[in-house]
Ligand binder design. Structure first.
Ligand SMILES: C[S@@+](CC[C@H](N)C(=O)[O-])C[C@H]1O[C@@H](n2cnc3c(N)ncnc32)[C@H](O)[C@@H]1O
Length: 320
């Protein structure tokens, strides 16, 4: 399974020698740690996500939460046929703890190639150990993927692009790894209007992202219950507009069927997810469409999709 990787820079094949993947010609060397090839620097801007997904590794996984939200979102977003993707080459970019890897591996017989820039890959492997023979996981950046260009029939990237330093370069990188005629599917935080960034998340994140992760998480845990109470109260008083000034995730969007304990855990995790990232660049749908068109893609869908437990802003495109 290690002979699938290519040097992100030279695009030369890498061979496994001991605990390394090595390019014999240039001497480039990438470590395999805990069974996962690593192409990222040990410390990088996505460390908050590594911390988050290893602490909350099971929270959003359907098979642990007993809620079908990841499966419902994956198929509503992609509109893929389970039989088709069982035989195609598929790449996931930004897997986090592996909620969508799990859906793909559980509901198809196919192989999945998956990367994440952070140590979230450790949580993914732990969660999807039983599919190990079909999961080709590595720690790598969207900008330095260990694959040849024009390789994949399908590429999906969910919940990631707004958290990368350059949204447009990230879109171009995804497209570069798809075959001609291959499909690329992304979702992202939308800009809904001038008011999008008048929100506690955008106002406070420049400061909260600088806090040590442990301290930020503790602050959130200490305050989560009263924030949830005030949030619910404002919603019941038909003043949801004001909830944007409480530094908490939008708990009115949570899927139905969560227990009270799960709700609190989701609220803590999602709030950390909102206030800790280095980057958070929402986009208009038009901008994202233009990025795909600029890279020679045909748009097959752009808009909002609904799934049981939420909605997402999605663009689907085919590489010409
Ligand atoms: C909000 S999480 C979403 C994870 C998963 N897709 C999900 O929806 O549960 C964003 C993920 O993008 C990853 N990420 C951020 N920048 C990245 C990059 N340059 N290359 C690959 N992954 C990146 C983070 O490490 C993190 O796991």
């Amino acid at each position: 399974m290690y002979n699938l990787y290519f040097s992100p820079d030279s695009q030369q094949p890498l061979l496994k020698k001991g605990d390394f993947l090595i390019n014999d010609k240039s001497g480039e060397k990438f470590p395999i740690v805990q069974g996962i090839p690593r192409f990222s620097p040990e410390v990088n801007y996505a460390d908050n996500f590594g911390y988050q997904w290893n602490k909350f590794d099971r929270t959003q996984l359907d098979n642990f939460s007993n809620i079908n939200i990841s499966e419902s979102r994956f198929y509503a977003t992609t509109n893929w046929d389970k039989k088709d993707i069982s035989t195609q080459s598929v790449l996931e970019v930004g897997s986090g703890a592996g909620r969508f890897s799990e859906v793909f591996l559980r509901t198809t017989n196919g192989d999945l190639h998956s990367i994440d820039y952070s140590t979230a890959v450790n949580a993914n492997l732990k969660n999807n150990k039983k599919y190990r023979s079909r999961l080709f996981l590595s720690q790598a950046s969207i900008y330095n993927m260990p694959y040849l260009d024009n390789t994949f029939d399908k590429v999906f990237c969910l919940g990631v692009l707004q958290h990368t330093p350059s949204f447009s370069n990230s879109v171009a990188a995804l497209i570069s790894k798809a075959k001609k005629g291959g499909e690329i599917i992304v979702d992202f935080y939308p800009i809904k209007g001038w008011y999008t960034k008048i929100h506690s998340k955008y106002l406070l994140r420049p400061f909260t992202k600088l806090l040590p992760k442990k301290i930020l998480l503790t602050l959130i845990k200490i305050n989560i219950r009263w924030m949830m109470l005030v949030f619910d109260l404002l919603v019941r008083m038909r003043m949801k507009l004001l909830t944007r000034f409480i530094p908490i995730t939008d708990i009115s969007n949570f899927p139905k069927g969560l227990t009270k304990k799960q709700k609190i855990e989701w609220a803590i995790m999602d709030t950390f997810d909102g206030f800790s990232p280095e980057y958070d660049n929402p986009q208009t749908i038009k901008n994202v469409i233009d990025m795909f068109k600029f890279n020679n893609c045909k748009i097959t869908f752009a808009g909002t999709i609904k799934f049981s437990g939420g909605c997402a802003t999605v663009v689907r495109a085919i590489k010409a």
